[in-house]
Design a protein around this ligand. Sequence first.
Ligand code: DP6
Length: 359
Amino acid sequence: MIEPDFILKSYSKTLQNGSFTWSSPSNIALVKYWGKKEHQIPENPSISFTLNDCKTITTLSFSKKEDNDDFSFEVYLDGENKEGFKPKIETFFKRIEAYLPFLKDYHFKIETSNTFPHSSGIASSASGMSTLASCLMSIEKELNPEIIDEYFIQKASFLARLGSGSACRSLEGDLVVWGKHEKIDKSSDLFGVKYPFEVHQNFKNYQDTILLVDKGEKQVSSTLGHNLMHNHPFAQERFKQAHKNLSSLIGVFNNGDLKAFIDIVESEALTLHAMMMTSMPYFILMKPNTLEIINKIWAFREKTNSNVCFTLDAGANVHVLFPEAESELVNEFIKNELVAYCQNGHYICDRIGFGAKQL
Ligand code: DP6
């Protein structure tokens, strides 16, 4: 699939108004996307677990307007008008206009809510952008009913990527690859694809408990963060490493080697933070409690031989990953030893899920 394939020549139907509702989850990267080129093209391939419970639900209502001079839309979060969200959506619309020529023909009302608290420090851009892209694709399908499911999902992912890179990994589940990788045939820099190979039972229904260490605004926006990889002294080695780690994960997903999984996933998380610590300007996005949690996880593994491990986003919160078979053991550990390091004791229990759904 190349970019022009996402531009339909003409629509077979017309449409006055209507509305669509979709839900789409967040995702957690195992091999991280950090560094991008122009037009939201990633510097390296990434792979993520799609989450199940942390999601955005969006209703997109649309009505035909007289003129088609400009974008026209209003945005609501939990019923409250959010002028502050408009610039990001305006930028998104500008980036996707070439692929959805009907965008200026309608006035849109975007009503959105998240299942996780807005101020939890969990980025809603992946779930938010993938949900909005799905709603827009529903309109396109109404205008052109010949669109098949495969095209629908690929283009939704393609559009979501133009809103926020990692959002393109939220349309499907349970594992999604984004970025060209030599061992994954259909992988693409333009959209996410479902991981195509066998996955060992050990990784089915994997658990992700998100420990909310710092619920504040992000210290470094992702756009600024990705830009730090331009002229970064270690960038080229890092991009190579991501390719290698994804190659290794293919073997691990096949043979179920949880110890090897842990090594790759934790190294990826720490490398992401190492990139930020060694860029100019430099940042430390972990908090003291992030490190406390990491040390507790390592000590617990040493003591119990558990396969619990951690990964991190570009922030202080910790994603605690573990196989379903260890749920009881690890949940006890989290309650007894880790919750004390969460802000106001807050954490979210989630697990692997299967992507966007029309409601
Ligand atoms: C650290 O997808 O938020 O979570 O494309 O600028 O919107 P933009 O960036 P974004 O970056 C996510 C970075 C990450 C790693 C990952 O999810 O792969």
